[in-house]
Design a binder for this molecule. Structure first.
Ligand SMILES: Cc1cc2nc3c(=O)[nH]c(=O)nc-3n(C[C@H](O)[C@H](O)[C@H](O)COP(=O)(O)O)c2cc1C
Length: 382
């Protein structure tokens, strides 16, 4: 399964092309829109979210409610584009927009302008922007639909915002009811207050998102080559989310200072199946899923556009200049959790298709069934 996205933050739309989805999978725009809406919510988002009403238009790969095996084309219109027609015009305009030249530390502005030789940082901002994650979330919703067919579910919860920490419970109803996507009502309130205080100070906040996949088919990924290791592929996908700066499986950084006897998950046999009583491996051993839940955390840095800007420089003159101040989110951790779900789902769906084939969803299910039967070696030997 391959995903490409295109489109600028203030262009006419963002779009996803998702190739390799098996034929016969039930897909509906309404189902995708649920996740698009979830990505837009969360206390701490900026004014842009009041303009956008994200909804997918499927323009390829689905007929009569089912995938055909052709690439899916998923379009999400940017309603804000009407306010940016002159700035974003494909054709040169008579009155060109003023170039953006004041660089924001922490954003892609300087690195992107140097790399591509842009004199107007707008050319960088438009594509580095996380508006692109709407396309990822739409594609991720399709990946989730495929995973559900084999009983795999992906969920996320905010673990921390700033210095307010809560222990994730993955109580879906409570998470979705919270403005910051934390199941703990008291901690939710404290997180909201922390974001409000940061906004008041012209500042921003980051945090940590916990992500979990349940009902995972064992044996996805491989240790045979470095780039087939599924933990590496998952970490790459999650690290590619705008402002993600770290990924850990289970409590890997704490485990690094403990003894092996405390860290590894003893193996037992129950009812003819291999089981574990704990899951400090986070669901993967040797880069292969072991059938336990995949549990991981992603650290998101505070947003880099500050209403009280940091000292910076002007790209054109090199003179000192405060960083660009542009309409922006204050905290995106709740939204980032929804994006993280999408990225984990895309990697797991890809690995599932790799192992069981991606021509037809019924063939895939039959292959998973047969495989699950052979996973009970102790039954077979009795
Ligand atoms: C859902 C989401 C929304 C974001 N919104 C903003 C924003 O409004 N302002 C901003 O400066 N950065 C925002 N970011 C982060 C930037 O896109 C990101 O910091 C930038 O592309 C540089 O990439 P890096 O932080 O991964 O190095 C957002 C990130 C996510 C995941």
């Amino acid at each position: 399964m391959r995903l490409l996205t295109a489109g600028e933050s203030h262009g006419p739309m963002v779009l996803a092309v998702l190739d390799g989805v098996p034929a016969g999978l039930a897909v509906s725009p309404a189902e995708i829109d649920v996740d698009l809406r979830r990505r837009q919510l969360g206390y701490g988002r900026g004014a842009r979210q009041r303009i956008e009403r994200d909804a997918v238009r499927i323009t390829g790969g689905v007929r009569q409610g089912r995938t055909t095996g052709a690439p899916l084309a998923l379009e999400i219109v940017n309603r804000d584009a009407v306010n940016w027609e002159r700035v974003m015009s494909v054709e040169p305009v008579a009155e060109p927009p003023d170039p953006v030249t004041r660089l924001r530390p922490g954003h892609a502005d300087l690195a992107g302008a140097l790399k591509f030789g842009h004199a107007d940082v707008r050319d960088v901002i438009e594509r580095a922007s996380a508006r692109e994650t709407a396309a990822r979330v739409a594609a991720g919703a399709v990946a989730k639909a495929l995973l559900r067919v084999v009983g795999t579910d992906v969920a996320s919860e905010t673990k921390s915002i700033g210095d307010v920490v809560s222990e994730p419970r993955f109580d879906r109803e409570a998470v979705e009811a919270s403005e910051v996507r934390s199941a703990d009502p008291e901690r939710s309130g404290a997180m909201v207050a922390a974001i409000a205080a940061a906004r008041e100070a012209g500042d921003t906040l980051g945090g940590v998102v916990a992500v979990r996949a349940t009902g995972v088919v064992p044996g996805l990924g491989s240790f045979a080559e470095w780039d087939r290791r599924l933990d590496g592929r998952i970490a790459q996908a999650l690290m590619s989310i705008q402002s993600a700066k770290g990924v850990q499986f289970a409590d890997a950084f704490a485990a690094a200072s403990e003894r092996g006897s405390a860290v590894h998950d003893p193996i037992r046999v129950r009812d003819g199946a291999f089981v574990r009583d704990r899951n400090r491996a986070g669901g993967l051993e040797g880069g292969v899923t072991n059938g336990q839940d995949i549990v991981l955390e992603v650290a998101f840095k505070p947003i880099s556009t500050l209403m009280k800007p940091l000292p910076s420089a002007d790209l054109r003159t090199g003179e000192p200049a405060p960083a660009l101040v542009e309409r922006s989110d204050v905290c995106v951790v709740p939204a980032a959790g929804v994006v993280a779900e999408a990225m984990l789902a895309l990697v797991l769906a890809d690995a599932l298709c790799e192992k069981f084939g991606n021509d037809n969803v019924d063939d895939l299910c039959a292959a998973v069934e047969r495989y699950r039967r052979r996973l009970r070696p102790l039954d077979a030997r009795r």
